[in-house]
Design a protein around this ligand. Structure first.
Ligand SMILES: [Zn+2]
Ligand SMILES: [Zn+2]
Ligand SMILES: [Zn+2]
Length: 100
């Protein structure tokens, strides 16, 4: 399983580092966070009540999300339904550069 969107992957600045952008507005809670690799939207995962990360991917055609959990560097493409492990080091490197 490959993803055709990996060429676009760059380090993005999380728009709302404190939590799900949409849940923060409505006062809802979430389980885990996902970071949109196109625009930096932070949304909640599919285990969360509102599934804002998936909704954002559908609404915006931004298919690739990265886990925004501190210890997780995997990414996932909603279009290709592909979990991306091969680029995690590359993402991590960009990510660390962004945070330093
Ligand atoms: Zn893809
Ligand atoms: Zn949310
Ligand atoms: Zn986005």
């Amino acid at each position: 399983m490959t993803c055709s969107h990996l060429d676009h992957l760059t380090a993005v600045e999380p728009a709302t580092p404190d939590g799900c952008q949409d849940c923060l507005i409505t006062g809802d809670t979430w389980i885990h966070l996902r970071l949109c690799m196109d625009c930096g939207h932070v949304g909640c995962c599919d285990s969360s009540p509102n599934k804002h990360a998936a909704a954002h991917a559908t609404d915006t055609d931004h298919p690739v999300i990265q886990s925004f959990e501190p210890d997780e560097k995997w990414a996932f493409c909603f279009i290709d339904q592909a979990t991306i492990r091969s680029v995690e080091h590359e993402i991590e490197r960009s990510y660390n550069k962004l945070r330093s």
